[in-house]
Ligand binder design. Structure first.
Ligand code: PEP
Ligand code: MG
Length: 339
């Protein structure tokens, strides 16, 4: 046990030693590594492991913690302000409530669903419960004063939902203006790309928002029809499935063409093996659990982006996830261009 404890603490020291190193590839391309957090207490880890801002705060945990009580506007406000203050001037991406699905919220739902993962979840639920959404949005726009807040909408599947959000947010901003409450209407607005339909119309959606955040956890689940928590079909959950790679490429290209920011916040971003692929496809911002940052950063510092076009061009020609995996593995061990 003591040996293992020593090993663990040596490993942790090694990880922490990367905190101040810049996250750049061998040929000098900078990559922003941000933290995924569920609770404000995790900010300390984000700093310790060298995160540059918060790339995903899952605000539904505030609700889940307080359940069955709904958090008040002041509770929202205090918490958002605490997170924004602690990483300023770096950005904080706060995702509006992604309740429903498995993060069941009986008090909010008021319905029983046979298939909640395809049900009233994320943006669908908040748009359907305007009083709950109103409280959260008022607090967000108030907390954003002189701070770098980006608002992220979960489970977007169509343009209509973005338009509905904009209309609703417009009313909230008018309300704050009327009441003379200090607020910041200029927060960046982004959407999760985690529903295959959104990925397929990313070129259309890119014209309406300031940034995309790719949620591979759900994007893979919905695209491959594999429950992300079901051990019986876990073998089918393959981030390197050619269908996923095609979608990722299209989403990243669409964002780049439209001149908007694009990042990834699903678990795929936290696995160092995928870093060459993601950077090669054009991502320059990843959001991951703080503890995964040192390993991903170390990997990024070892690769050269000039080798990437050949890897990507090759990877997208494969028919199976196994072939892609082998190709990436060979590149990571030999660091030689792929022919
Ligand atoms: C995702 O779907 O990839 C994601 C980051 O959101 P969550 O894991 O909270 O569903
Ligand atoms: Mg998700």
């Amino acid at each position: 046990f003591q040996d293992r404890q020593r090993e663990y603490s040596d490993h942790e020291k090694e990880l922490l030693s990367t905190e101040s190193l810049p996250c750049v590839t061998r040929d000098g391309v900078e990559v922003h590594l941000m933290a995924n957090i569920d609770l404000p207490e995790e900010i300390a880890d984000a700093h310790r492991f060298g995160a540059k801002g918060v790339g995903l705060y899952r605000s539904e945990f505030l609700y889940i913690e307080r359940s069955p009580h709904l958090p008040s506007e002041e509770e929202h406000y205090e918490l958002y302000r605490e997170i924004l203050d602690s990483v300023h001037p770096e950005p904080v991406v706060i995702r509006t409530f992604d309740l429903g699905g498995r993060k069941l919220a009986r008090e909010v739902m008021e319905t029983e669903e046979d298939n909640p993962v395809l049900g009233l979840r994320g943006i669908r639920l908040t748009l359907a419960r305007p009083q709950i959404f109103r409280t959260q949005l008022r607090a967000l726009y108030r907390a954003a004063v002189d701070r770098n807040l980006w608002i992220l909408l979960p489970m977007i599947s169509s343009l209509d939902e973005i338009e509905q959000y904009k209309r609703f947010a417009g009313l909230i901003l008018q309300e704050l203006e009327r009441e003379g409450l200090e607020h910041n209407p200029d927060c960046r607005l982004g959407i999760m790309i985690e529903v295959p339909a959104a990925a397929m119309v990313a070129d259309v959606l890119a014209k309406e928002v300031d940034f995309f955040s790719i949620g591979t956890n759900d994007l893979i689940q919905y695209s491959l029809a594999v429950d992300r928590n079901n051990e019986h079909v876990a073998y089918l959950y393959r981030p390197l499935h050619p269908a996923i790679l095609r979608m990722l490429r299209f989403v990243i290209d669409s964002a780049t063409k439209a001149g908007i920011d694009v990042s990834m916040c699903g678990e795929m971003a936290g696995d160092r093996h995928y870093a060459p692929l993601l950077l090669g496809m054009g991502l320059r911002r990843l959001s991951l659990s703080p503890r995964s940052i040192p390993e991903v950063k170390t990997q990024i510092r070892q690769i050269s982006l000039s080798d990437m076009p050949s890897v990507i061009d090759k990877c997208v020609t494969f028919s199976t996830a196994d072939e892609v995996e082998k190709c990436l593995e060979r590149f990571l061990t030999t660091q030689e261009p792929v022919l």
